[in-house]
Design a protein around this ligand. Structure first.
Ligand code: NCD
Length: 319
């Protein structure tokens, strides 16, 4: 069974590849069922006996709060552990100890950590499901489900769209898991990045092997007139060993209302947020801007993910 270390073990979500295309579609369908309950009507108590632990070793606003809101909307409770300072002591030991302990206190763990591969390590140590909320420059699978959900709601389907992914394709974990998923939906992906921040070659080969149609572009202007989805991302300043390198690429791509007016009316603009300077605020009021809707989708989508990990039937969502 995808996402399980063994046929009887906990159902983890550490990498988007833990999910088959059918699993992803199932989770998006479940999220649709949870839309009303995500707003509190009906109030559910399907997780009344469950505890979620959120263990965040890197900053988070949307991911953490939407997971906590999702658990509350399912009727469950959340406990939290966040000690970014502890990382400087000993990353490996800190993480292992935390996971061993927390897995005996809760029924599901959401982990964010600066270490690539941290969620997989945690899954090996944990007796309960581990959900990766971002592992360094690795993966962010629940953000991908949020992205796919927003694409499907606005464009009616995921397959066959032309998606430009713009910005930091080297370090952006949302990019890595989204591109992995889109390739399996046979989407056309245009990678728009400065040379130094292009998608790693091995990731690109993996996408092509999975059925993705991949091309590259240097400038936003080259693609803006002919895309269905414009997925903007922040340059991941915290991943640069040399800040001089960051300064060289900072501000490379900036979408403003004037540039977006050259896109099709049906193009949607997504961004996992937070934004720095890559999407100007004058875009916010344009009909193509869907990034706040995307952030809001975090609650029903994460209700579906928590339900999937905890074995809750989405039919209990009241719809
Ligand atoms: C992203 C992340 O943490 O990877 N944020 C999020 O979870 N929505 C994107 C980012 O930090 O740039």
């Amino acid at each position: 069974m995808p996402g399980r270390a063994s046929s009887t073990g906990p159902r983890h979500l550490t990498h988007i590849h833990d999910l088959s295309v059918e699993d992803m579609v199932h989770l998006l369908d479940s999220a649709e069922r949870y839309v009303a309950a995500a707003a509190g009507k009906p109030a559910l108590d399907v997780a009344h006996d469950k505890i979620l632990s959120t263990t965040f070793f890197e900053p988070s606003t949307r991911t953490r709060l939407s997971f906590e809101a999702a658990m509350a909307r399912l009727g469950g409770r959340t406990i939290s552990a966040s000690e970014p300072g502890a990382l400087s002591v000993s990353k490996g030991e800190t993480l292992s100890d935390t996971i061993r302990m927390v897995s005996s206190y809760s029924d599901v763990i959401v982990l964010r950590h600066s270490w690539e591969g941290s969620a997989r390590l945690a899954a090996r140590l944990s007796r309960v499901p581990v959900i990766n909320a971002g592992d360094g420059a690795g993966q962010h699978p629940t953000q991908t489900l949020v992205d796919l959900y927003t694409i499907r709601r606005n464009l009616g389907r995921i397959e066959g769209n032309r998606v430009a992914i713009v910005g930091d394709l080297k370090y952006g974990r949302t990019v890595h898991s989204l591109a992995d998923a889109l390739a399996r939906f046979h989407s056309e992906i245009v990678l728009v990045a400065p040379e130094s921040l292009q998608l790693p070659a091995d990731t690109r080969s993996r996408l092509e092997a999975a059925g993705g149609k991949i091309s590259t572009a240097n400038a936003l202007e080259e693609v803006i007139g002919d895309v269905d989805v414009l997925y903007m991302t922040r340059i991941q300043k915290e991943r640069f060993a040399d800040l001089e390198e960051y300064r060289k690429v900072k501000g490379t791509y900036a979408l403003d209302a004037a540039t977006l007016s050259r896109a099709k009316k049906s193009t949607i603009v997504l961004h996992p947020l937070p934004r720095v300077d890559e999407v100007a605020t004058d875009v916010d009021s344009m009909p193509q801007a869907k990034y706040f809707e995307q952030a809001a989708a975090g609650v029903p989508v994460r209700m579906a993910v928590l339900g999937w990990c905890l074995g809750i039937d989405p039919k209990e969502a009241g719809r």
